[in-house]
Design a protein around this ligand. Structure first.
Ligand code: SF4
Length: 477
């Protein structure tokens, strides 16, 4: 990720573990690996052998929230964790996850990645029946639904509740007996299964397994809940797979491949790095140009730029260096430095760029404001020609399934044609990957993916009035 202001934001990462003596530490490490999926808040809830829950949820990044002492308080061999970027509800502590409640059947906790498109409707019905919500996030409706079905067996209550939800969800759900990983029937967001000695682990991406030496053993399938409990005879963790709903039209988010997921992750049955290199190779096939060097916009453009260089037979080099050690705030000098915000994050390597015809590869253009600054920076470093290549098609539409997009009109490709964008960015040439090229690079089957932000073909109906702060606006009346 490069610039937080002009990039699409991911809507969270989830992690869960059952049957490990250091469950909370493993969750902490898992969240550390998933930090790119949300940096606004993070939390861990553990459960001890007496069924008592312990939690620590706070604003900020994982490394700032937890230390050894805090983790030591999160006792128990089971835990779930969450990193958040807000897509429904403000970024504040009240909305941080995992959500934890105590109801007639005991403690219950839930962590969610995705966005529910019918949360508004469900919330209204529940409130009419007397539910009182403590947050303004969509995810909380699940705990209220489960509580409403309190007379049912717990697994039946979860199953029944999940069938009421529409949209994108990868959930971790935990009570005193079970850890459940559930994925929506369209399979929008990834959710992977791992094993660590005798323990089962779940994570949004496999990079979380690599860090804790867990073995990747499978995927939570669309419409499925994978249930981990303790075997009554052996005391060991056992896994059960329950299809809570029929699979719907497959809608894996193609943007996970293009930009969101870490390149070292394996999701949707593919390695992200391989896909991104393929996007770059395809882009080179479609829009090659005579040039001296291919450089990426780091970090997310790196794999595609390598692929482009391979495909075009042009030398690859790191012409922009990213500073990875920027905190959340930095002090600007009072005398303004032009384009300070971009410069603090990226710096061009003049020796690579000066007097060269440069191909710059980036994963996407959102508003175009940051791209323009990067191009200017490369021009000032002495580039003779700049050819901007984008490893995805133009973003035309917002996402309603758990990514934070600007409004339609703010998306530069929605309101400007290619020539206008090229002029605005001040590049010598501009090319995006074609839709056909994208489909080819991700395996040739459009029907497996959601590509709505590019082609407007939304797999699940939604209410256009649903906004990020919809529950807060209502509360103010
Ligand atoms: S609209 Fe775009 S970002 Fe949203 S789920 Fe579909 S492909 Fe992903």
């Amino acid at each position: 990720m490069f610039n937080e202001e002009d990039k699409i934001k991911e809507a969270c990462g989830v992690f869960g573990i059952f049957g490990h003596p250091e469950a909370s530490t493993m969750t902490y490490l898992g969240l550390y690996a998933l930090q790119h999926r949300g940096q606004e808040s993070a939390g861990i809830v553990s459960i001890d052998e007496n069924g008592k829950m312990h939690d620590r949820v706070d604003m900020g990044i994982v490394a700032d929230i937890f230390d050894e002492k805090k983790l030591a308080l999160l006792v128990g061999s089971r835990a779930i964790g969450h990193v958040r970027y807000s897509t429904t509800g403000s970024s504040n502590l009240q909305n941080a996850q995992p959500v934890r409640i105590n109801y007639i059947n005991g403690d219950l906790t839930v962590a969610h990645n995705g966005n529910l498109v019918n949360a508004d409707e469900i919330k209204r019905t529940l409130e009419e029946r007397g539910s009182i919500f403590k947050s303004t996030i969509d995810s909380e409706v699940l705990v209220h639904l489960i509580a409403m079905y309190n007379k049912m067996d717990f697994l039946d209550a979860v199953k029944e509740s999940l069938t009421k939800l529409k949209g994108a969800f990868s959930f971790m759900i935990m009570n005193r007996d079970y850890l459940i990983a559930a994925r929506d029937p369209n399979g929008f967001r990834p959710l992977e299964i791992g094993k660590l000695e005798g323990a089962y682990v779940f994570a949004s991406e496999t990079c979380a397994f690599d860090l804790i030496n867990a073995e990747h053993v499978g995927t939570v399938e669309p419409g499925e809940m994978v249930v981990i409990s303790r075997d009554k005879l052996t005391g060991e963790a056992k896994l059960e797979r329950i299809q809570f709903a029929e699979r719907a039209r497959s809608a894996m988010c193609v943007f996970e491949f293009i930009y969101f997921a870490r390149p070292d992750s394996y999701i949707f049955g593919r390695t992200v790095n391989e896909i991104r290199r393929g996007l770059g190779r395809q882009l080179a096939e479609e829009s090659s140009v005579d040039a001296d060097v291919v450089i990426p916009v780091p970090d997310s453009g790196v794999s595609a730029a390598i692929g482009y260089a391979e495909g075009a037979g042009i030398k690859y080099d790191m012409g922009l260096i990213r500073n990875h050690y920027i905190g959340r705030t930095f002090i600007e000098p009072s005398q303004s430095i032009r384009d300070f915000g971009v410069k603090i994050k990226l710096n061009p390597v003049k020796g690579i760029i000066k007097d060269k015809r440069v191909v710059v590869v980036d994963d996407s253009i959102v508003r175009g404001t940051t791209s323009r600054k990067i191009i200017k920076m490369i021009r000032n470093a002495g580039a003779k020609e700049i050819h901007y290549r984008i490893s995805s098609p133009p973003i035309m539409n917002p996402c309603f399934y758990g990514m934070d997009f600007p409004t339609k009109t703010e998306l530069i490709a929605n309101s400007h044609n290619m020539e206008e964008i090229k002029k605005y960015l001040r590049v010598d040439s501009l090319a995006y990957l074609s839709m056909d090229g994208l489909i080819k690079a991700v395996g040739g089957k459009k029907e497996k993916y959601c590509m709505a932000c590019f082609d407007g073909d939304y797999p699940v109906d939604f209410n256009e009035d649903q906004t990020k702060l919809m529950f807060e606006t209502k509360n103010k009346c």
